[in-house]
Design a protein around this ligand. Structure first.
Ligand code: NAI
Ligand code: CS2
Length: 492
């Protein structure tokens, strides 16, 4: 069958110009989803193009993505990244992936054995927020999570990412093999610390000595990762096939912008990703907060209020001056003041760049996709800045509107009465609360009292209740478009 690895590709396509045989699987990556392909895999490929790096990646999908892994294997683990700017598209074939595994194809044991191989120096992750089995509000292990419960009963046949990592480290310890670094690349505030806490808490429930060994020998660098990579659609794959000259079921499209700030804290060496444009810094937390509050916070705001307002894509919301201004105001008036950035950081420039990135008409990023998993996203995107304003008595109306937008969205019915497919690990319990109240403002205190999402300082705060209730009522009475336009003072 013709594919990317055995076909003459169009001349404009940039292909790996290095000997791929020199790469070794020194990184095991959990989560071969959309984002990883266009980010860490691409940085690692670019590093190999620019140096004699031997860092290669073994890709693993623990949940779903079995067909994707099979396709990847058929094309010698190469795949396409199409970087779509507003004017032009760059097409790159990525060569940094050396091999792949999937529990359904290879069994759990082969994955654990791979993770225990001595050359593996880093286990990295893009497993979505829910993959950490942590309480979203506090970042501590949710010991009642069904995956955690199953893994504690049967730790040698794990299901969760935590279970795989702890079991692999156990094997390495027993075999006198040095441990690897665990590197989270998910959109979670202090992602390395959350991974560390969840892994150590899980390990302690199993074996305190092993937990202590992990605590003493494994590092969990925090990373700030940024690149907008929408889920691939039929249209994306068709377009990639046109640009490439052959179909690539593993192809992915993204924006041209990319950023990666990494805490330089690796126990077994690391690639010089700086050669490919990443930054190694001693403390990533300020950059993570900046990105999570300014970008992801405004993204969630636009996702809920945009979807309700009838906008299918983020770029569609940017054609509405009310949404555009509200997103900018939200970033600069609600989120930026709450940040504590190194001197010289230009937050106004950052916000304007974000508006430009959101406006890219060629990037079809669905509001529905970003709206997914809100229970896991809201705390780190909106909670920190909300606390900042509560402590100072300053205006947090944009944040209140964002939370009200989420509450109205998870009711599961849009402004025209059509069903919304609400995807969230807490969907069942959220739905039960919403059904009990209907489209009534009484749902606001009921949802604010969910402690896994809103800690008591927020959930029980009368000012929060008042502001979110007012925004929710406005959504019911006036709809999302009018609510957003009023918020930004743009009455057009
Ligand atoms: P995706 O839906 O394409 O891939 C999700 C991946 O997570 C899959 O590989 C799946 O196997 C894995 N997964 C899902 N649930 C899991 C669980 N419970 N345990 C272990 N693995 C699990 O999503 P995408 O776009 O790759 O995003 C993944 C994460 O990457 C996001 O949640 C976010 O934290 C981060 N990210 C995404 C960006 C984007 O623009 N797509 C940009 C920056 C960060
Ligand atoms: C988005 C992010 O899906 C979401 O929740 O906000 O994936 C966003 O596209 C990235 O963080 C951009 O780096």
């Amino acid at each position: 069958m013709r594919n990317i690895s055995n076909t003459q590709l169009h001349l404009s396509v940039s292909t790996p110009d290095y000997d791929r045989n020199r790469l070794k699987s020194k990184i095991v990556h959990l989560g071969f989803g959309a984002f990883h392909r266009a980010h860490q895999a691409l940085f690692t490929d670019e590093l190999a193009r620019k140096s004699d790096s031997d860092w290669g990646i073994c890709e693993i999908n623990l949940f779903g993505g079995e067909a994707l892994i099979q396709s990847l294997r058929q094309q010698e683990h190469q795949f396409t990244v199409a970087e779509k700017g507003a004017q032009s598209t760059d097409v790159k074939v990525i060569g940094s992936v050396t091999e792949s595994l999937h529990p359904a194809l290879n069994g759990i044991g082969s994955i654990l054995e791979k993770m225990a191989e001595p050359q593996v120096a880093i286990v990295s992750m893009t497993i979505t927020e829910k993959g950490y089995c942590a309480d979203p509000a506090t970042g501590t292990l949710d010991a009642e999570n069904p995956l955690v419960v199953a893994d504690l009963e049967n730790p040698q046949q794990p299901k969760s990412a935590l279970g795989y990592i702890v079991q692999a480290l156990k094997l390495r310890r027993e075999r006198n093999i040095a441990p690897f670094t665990v590197m989270s690349c998910d959109n979670i505030q202090e992602n390395g610390h959350v991974a560390r806490t969840a892994i150590l808490e899980y390990a302690r429930l199993l074996d305190t000595e092993l937990a202590q060994w992990i605590e003493d020998h494994v590092t969990f660098p925090c990373t700030m990762v940024d690149r907008i990579v929408p889920a691939a659609t039929e249209e994306t794959l068709h377009e990639i096939a046109q640009l490439l000259g052959v179909e690539d079921p593993c192809g992915i499209a993204c924006e041209p912008f990319r950023q990666w700030v990494i805490e330089d804290n690796f126990v077994a060496g690391r690639p010089d990703w700086n050669i490919a444009g990443a930054e190694f810094v001693p403390d990533v937390v300020p950059y993570e907060e900046m990105k999570l509050r300014m970008l992801n916070g405004s993204h969630s705001f636009l996702a809920y209020l945009g979807y309700l307002g009838g906008y299918a894509h983020i770029s569609d919301t940017m054609t509405d001056n009310g949404y555009r201004q509200a997103a900018l105001d939200m970033m600069l008036k609600a989120q930026a003041p709450s940040l504590n950035m190194p001197e010289g950081t230009d937050l106004e420039g950052y916000a304007k760049l974000l508006i430009d990135r959101y406006s890219n008409p060629n990037l079809k990023h669905k509001t529905w996709q970003i709206a997914m998993d809100g229970s896991q996203k809201i705390p780190q995107r909106l909670g920190g800045s909300l606390r900042y304003h509560l402590a100072r008595g300053t205006d947090f109306s944009w944040i209140a509107a964002g939370i009200a937008g989420w509450m109205r969205y998870i009711a599961g019915v849009d402004e025209q009465g059509n069903d919304i497919e609400v995807k969230d690990p807490m969907a069942t319990s959220l739905r039960a609360i919403c059904d009990e109240h209907g489209l009534n403002v009484s749902v606001v205190p009921a949802l604010l009292s969910i402690e896994a999402i809103f800690t008591a300082d927020i959930g029980k705060n009368p000012q929060v209740l008042e502001a979110v209730s007012a925004a929710y009522q406005s959504l019911i009475d006036n709809g999302a478009r009018a609510t957003v336009r009023k918020l930004s003072g743009d009455k057009q």
